[in-house]
Design a binder for this molecule. Structure first.
Ligand code: SF4
Length: 291
């Protein structure tokens, strides 16, 4: 017997109505309506509403995006607490979303109380709309012998420093960040809007390369588009160097926010302004110093 988990088996063990899933696969149109941008909670980001044509079939119209611990690390205790939470206040289903967040489906009535319980567990929501999305990181040195920098540690520093940017949509467009511990790039950082990749240089030691402008999707010219190098090397020997990396992100986000065209994604912004102009605006002198 083939032993491989089945998404339909998991869905059918939750409160999610499998009839709705079947309708989505076989019907002539999706049973889900367009996303409702109406803000129904006092949360600027981290939630959305996906209504179904028949609300009696799909009461869990609210989705919450939980910002997870970087690197995908979670203890059994945290998993159990989340399982209990989605069972009591949600559809009994947790979705590890492609963007790196955990999506929880719940009702408008339960959503705010659910966020309160997430906060009590040390978790919060964010990463929707035109904000800095979840800072994705690879597994890092906790289990990988290739790690040149501690990607989850650096991503945690950045996620905490830029938490407002993840929770208050005020950027020109969405910006998907990532941190990879080495050039193997297990998190596809090289196709993200704003990313760091661990590198090692013979005389300079370990550090990161800052790449920007990668994207997938319909507006990327029909194929995945790789990010390009903005700053080839920033030394990162340990936690004491994270601040400079964060300063670089801050300056880049500031320049993009000031000079971007209408809803201009990072890759298009880079095409239009060019690397040299962006570095000048950032006050980066290319010798490794912020002016
Ligand atoms: S990107 Fe490099 S350091 Fe990170 S998990 Fe993959 S191989 Fe390991």
């Amino acid at each position: 017997m083939l032993r491989y988990p089945d998404r339909l088996g998991e869905i059918s063990r939750s409160s999610y109505p499998t009839a709705l899933y079947c309708e989505a696969v076989t019907g002539s149109r999706s049973p889900f309506g367009p996303e409702d941008p109406e803000v129904i909670l006092p949360l600027p980001a981290g939630m959305g509403q996906r209504l179904a044509q028949r609300s009696d079939q799909w009461p869990w119209s609210v989705y919450l995006r939980v910002l997870p611990p970087a690197g995908g690390w979670m203890s059994a205790g945290l998993l159990e607490a989340l399982a209990d939470l989605v069972e009591r206040r949600g559809a009994g289903l947790l979705h590890l979303a492609c963007g790196g967040t955990w999506e929880i489906y719940t009702t408008p009535e339960e959503a705010l109380a659910l966020v309160g319980e997430l906060n009590a567990l040390g978790l919060d929501v964010g990463s929707t709309g035109d904000d800095l999305r979840c800072v994705v990181a690879c597994a890092g040195p906790a289990r990988c012998d290739e790690a040149l920098v501690d990607a989850p540690a650096l991503a945690t520093y950045l996620a905490r420093r830029f938490l407002d940017e993840q929770q208050y949509p005020a950027l020109p467009r969405k910006c998907k960040p990532a941190v990879a511990g080495c050039g193997h790039d297990c998190v596809r950082a090289a196709h993200r809007d704003l990313a760091l990749i661990g590198v090692k240089r013979p005389r300079e030691g370990r550090g990161v390369t800052l790449v920007v402008g990668g994207k997938y999707g319909a507006r990327s010219g029909g194929c995945p588009r790789p990010a390009r190098v903005l700053v080839p090397f920033v030394p990162v020997a340990g936690e004491e160097d994270y601040r400079v990396v964060g300063d670089l992100w801050e300056r880049f986000l500031d320049v993009w926010s000031r000079l971007a065209g209408n809803r201009e994604r990072v890759g298009d912004f880079l095409d239009r302004l060019g690397r040299d102009r962006i570095l000048r605006e950032m006050g980066w002198d290319d010798r490794g110093d912020l002016a």
